[in-house]
Design a protein around this ligand. Sequence first.
Ligand code: G16
Length: 543
Amino acid sequence: MDITAIKTEPYTDQTLGTSGLRKKVSVIKQQNYVENFVQSVFDCLENFEGKTLVIGGDGRYYNDRAIQAILKIAVANQFGRIIVGQNGILSTPASSHVIVKYGAVGGIILSASHNPGGPDGDFGIKFDNEHGAPAPQELTAKISARTRTIDHFWTVDLPDVDLSQIGEQTFGNTVIQVISSVDDYVAYMQEIFDFGKIKKLFDNGLTFIYDAMNAVTGPYAVRIFEEILGAEKGSVIHAVPLPDFGGLHPEPNLTYAKHLVDLMYTENAPDFAAASDGDGDRYMILAPSFFLNPSDSLAVLTQYLDTIPFYKGRLTGVARSMPTSFAVDAVATDKNLPFYQTPTGWKFFGSLLTANKIALCGEESFGAGSFHLQEKDGIWAILAWLSILAETGKTVEQITRELWQKYGRVFAMLQSYEGLDATDANTLMARLNTQLPTLPGTSIQGETITEAFNFAYTDPVTGEIAQNQGICLLFGTDTRIVFRLSGTGSSGATLRVYLNKRITDPTHFDDAPADALATLAEVSRIVSDLKKLTGRHTPTTIT
Ligand code: G16
């Protein structure tokens, strides 16, 4: 088998964002685009020859083509073993688990997560390190730099590898091992959670629906919820992963999972509803006429996780991303848990998890996870909630209301302005940044800014510094607006505006979030001069 070096020209747009490389399929399909990127990743790794690499993806359009290209490069780069999910399928949390379980040096995950798929949709490539954690900032910077100088990649003349059958095939010095996409992950969930206890919920009549959104989690969810836990057959909907997600936008939130939300506000609502995103790392939970805000969910998980035997005595600390509401902070203080606030991006939790400084972490963008693996994990979060219901005998709504009763309800909303002109969005952020010193003391619509700053973070383990991570305007201790630009889009710019307000008066706990946060939303538009700078007044998505 001949290994050849192919000459190539660098692309200038392969800088990694919040979570790897995300591009339109049409961009990814350009000649040598995938090859350049993947060789750049390998060029930044050390001592991997003869070692193991994991490859998987969420099954979206172009997964099959990209995998074959990557296999050739990986064989040419002399990996000893390449573990691939059957038919190229592995959810992001499953990949993370498989990397650690099989002692791999890392893994390549083909997914643009919650972004739409299909020929006109998005594609993405992420790299996870040997801990199964998203490549840390130092490595992503190195890879981004390498993509701008790369002049050749290595490849072999290999026929397409059959990924449909579980088993091993040898090519030169490399074994390509196709594994079940679901078995290892499901077995791991059974180690963590008491499935017998959760099953009793279903045996006792808990009604349940899980929307896999035609994305990667369908086979995992059918196995876990229907086949093992005994949820009624058909409880998992949109269960078959499709290359274009059947036209669904695989982002479980109030906008893109509206069909599920609508169902939960009818008389036929089941007791518990959940959904996951394209690659299975996000989750949304709903109860009848009740939406569980992800920031509240992190607070509850922090409060109750150690009722699950696997976590007893193991809650070392908790972290949330900065834009995640401060609902969890009071729980951490009460439980005497060390608490960390990181920039947006799961990669910032990795060092804290590895150093055992935290046991769990979460984000407003529907992500939660624990030390069990170093990606966020949608099905884990759902199983954790079901375990908590089983341990406490309470409902999702009861538990969340008790949280509000104790600490006040933190209304939290993300307003996203998608598809902005990138120059307009950058101008808006730059203007806010320049105004920071003069904003404290300013009153808008009766709300007075007490502090204004651009969030910066020093990793307490590695000492790495991340600057310019979002503009925070505080209005006293219980009200806040955060502005940042999304790092996961594939074109134009998305402005994210996060609104938080703690209300302690129980008579207002049932206010609609849109009402509770209406003034703050207006303040966000005025202070940023949104209409004038972007031509927009209304967000495209609200979650
Ligand atoms: C990724 C990151 C998350 C982040 C989210 C949104 O999630 O892992 O940390 O909160 O994107 O990021 P942004 O606001 O920059 O678009 P996922 O599920 O897309 O991998």
